[in-house]
Design a protein. Structure first.
Length: 611
């Protein structure tokens, strides 16, 4: 209503101003203001009909119109003696002195206005779009009940996490039922899991199921260069949520806001103080509300190990829900959701695609379906086939084909023997994942060739023997170069890195070394999110001294050298097969599973297992 009144007054003032301007313009068109010297000239020529005289001004009418068409005139009187003297010298004169007031005002108003404009513009840039007065306001996106439109039916492959969160939904719908026996709902629920597993989607689904407002913000949006701004935004966020309760506050990437205090590292000075003050304010706000008010905090992170312990204690984020990578059944459920939008060929079944994608997250599967649809569209097909999904998997895992990267004949031979070395070792060792394809077509950033293995099932534990076989497969390319050429190349750099990580993990984390015993020397907290099949990565916490470090290095080298020696021995025994298959690979550039089995004399897998 206030805005309506304001608009009405604005338009009334605009119309009044327009009328005044038109009146002044009309008056100016009827009466011509002329210099006094021109009046005297007209008077001498007998063209003046009548004149009205005042102490300062003269106004009258002319016998003939002026060049502008006006017959009336106005002028300012000049002292007769001065007028006679000026006229004698032929000087044009007038009785009105030009005012410099307007020019003087502009000379100091314009610079000040420019300075204020730049100041306001910079303030808006620093505070987003809200201006300097809005810099401490929360930037949370608020979704009302009708805007969320996401329910648990849109989330697949994480049934355990959904079951945990259904209790939150029930609480938001019926808060009184949970307080009947004196219990209370957790104030905060932390969703933990690798990137792309659907943590944000789950949080929105909770709001959609409960039909309550959903306030979403990223942890990085709290922290600014000015100390105290983040804390003010936290306070404003909770004030908004309390006004809309029952409601859900969702903080994505909580690790950007809740990093453990006192770590230092990349933070320093004011930035560190700002981050810690923001975290302190969040802790205070979480202590300052009662969960019975209908306010629930959901947060998501893929780095729980760096969160401040005070944030995870009872009474704040009481409950942690693991949103892990989906298993095969979960991948089938996720694919059923995404395949609804795609025209599929009869040979495509979600179960078959799920078998091609072990370790894929929900985001990976959505990307896979999109890539397969684009590949089918690019070749002009009417439907997406299973072959398109296979090519999409290779595109995601190995990268784009780079056929314009031309290798000289010598390099092509080395790459062919290298890749066949991987495949031959994998097909010769019992229990290894089946080899699906070998190619010497460059892909991705630095891969000159690739060998693709596809696991037949999801694995969550690996024995020492399986890890050793995995190392031998990775070392197959380097061993093939040693057997055929007697020298080494740079093509095995990535293989060596992965082998070293496996061997170090066996020694320092899994206690698989007789020399060092069943002792854990290093901790890699993020391995919990990656699963047991993932290789350790990133900085590790070391719990050993210099002497133990030397022993660990020696044991890692012994394990890697032993795996390489076994691999070289295996390929020397099968050198004829290695050479024959490498020549065929040089001819065709790509060999599929069936042709590899035929060339290497390996019986094909049973049809059900191959499927």
């Amino acid at each position: 209503m206030k805005n309506g009144k304001f608009n009405l007054l604005y338009w009334a003032a605009a119309m009044l101003g327009l009328i005044v301007v038109q009146y002044i313009a009309a008056m100016n068109q009827q009466v011509a203001t002329i210099p006094y010297s021109q009046f005297q000239q007209l008077l001498n020529e007998g063209k003046v009909a009548e004149v009205g005289v005042s102490d300062r001004f003269m106004q009258g009418s002319l016998k003939e119109p002026l060049p502008g068409g006006q017959t009336r005139f106005a002028t300012t009187r000049v002292d007769p003696e001065i007028a006679k003297e000026l006229e004698g010298h032929g000087v044009k004169f007038n009785g009105q002195i030009e005012s410099t007031l307007f020019r003087d005002i502009l000379s100091w108003i314009l610079p000040m206005a420019l300075f204020i404009g730049v100041y306001v513009w910079l303030g808006r840039r620093m505070a987003g779009a809200g201006g300097l007065m809005q810099i401490g306001k929360s930037r949370a996106k608020v979704y009302v009940e009708s805007d969320t439109r996401v329910t648990f039916a849109d989330v697949a492959g994480v049934d355990e996490a959904k079951d945990e969160l259904r209790e939150v939904v029930d609480f938001l719908r019926e808060p009184d039922r949970y307080g009947r026996l004196g219990g209370r709902m957790p104030k905060g629920v932390l969703l933990v899991g690798p990137p792309g597993t659907g943590k944000t989607l789950l949080a929105r689904a909770v709001a959609g199921e409960a039909r309550v407002p959903f306030l979403s913000i990223s942890g990085a949006e709290f922290v600014e260069m000015f100390v105290g701004v983040g804390a003010a935004r936290v306070r404003d966020l909770f004030e908004q949520a309390r006004a809309k309760a029952p409601a859900i506050i969702f903080i994505d990437e909580l690790d950007a806001l809740g990093r453990a205090r006192g770590l230092g590292g990349a933070y320093g000075g004011g930035v560190n103080s700002e981050a810690e003050q923001t975290l302190n304010q969040l802790l205070v706000e979480m202590d300052g509300f009662d969960s019975r008010t209908g306010l629930v905090i959901l947060a998501a992170t893929n780095r729980p190990e760096i969160l401040d312990p005070a944030l995870l204690r009872a009474g704040r984020f009481d409950r942690q829900v693991l949103v892990d990578r989906p298993d095969r059944a979960g991948r089938v459920q996720i694919l059923n959701v995404h395949l609804k939008r795609v025209t599929l060929a009869p040979d495509v079944a979600p179960e078959k695609i799920a078998g091609l994608t072990p370790g894929f997250t929900g985001a990976d599967l959505a990307n896979l379906v999109n890539e397969a649809a684009l590949l089918a569209t690019r070749r002009g097909a009417e439907a997406v086939t299973l072959e398109d999904f296979g090519n999409a998997v290779e595109r995601i895992v190995a990268g784009l084909e780079k056929r314009n990267r031309l290798l000289n004949p010598r390099e092509r031979e080395i790459v062919a023997h290298h890749e066949i070395g991987h495949a031959l070792v994998a097909m010769s060792l019992p229990g290894s994942d089946p080899v699906h394809k070998v190619s010497i077509i460059p892909r991705g950033i630095g891969a000159l060739g690739y060998t693709i293995q596809r696991p037949t099932e999801d694995r969550f534990l690996m024995t020492r023997e399986e890890l050793e076989r995995k190392m031998m497969v990775l070392l197959g390319g380097r061993a093939a170069e040693l057997v055929v050429y007697g020298h080494l190349s740079t093509g095995a750099a990535d293989d060596l890195q992965r082998v070293t990580d496996i061997a170090r993990g066996m020694v320092t984390r899994y206690g698989m070394s007789e020399a060092l015993g069943s002792v854990a020397y290093e901790r890699d907290p993020r391995s919990l999110l990656a699963g047991p099949n993932a290789l350790p990565s990133g900085p590790r916490e070391q719990d050993y001294g210099e002497a133990a470090g030397d022993a660990i290095d020696a044991e890692v080298r012994r394990i890697v050298d032993g795996a390489l020696e076994q691999t070289v021995t295996l390929l020397r025994e099968k050198r004829e097969v290695l050479e024959r298959t490498a020549r065929r690979l040089l001819e065709k550039e790509t060999l599929e599973e069936g042709e590899l089995n035929e060339l290497m004399g390996v019986p094909p897998r049973p049809a059900k297992a191959a499927e």
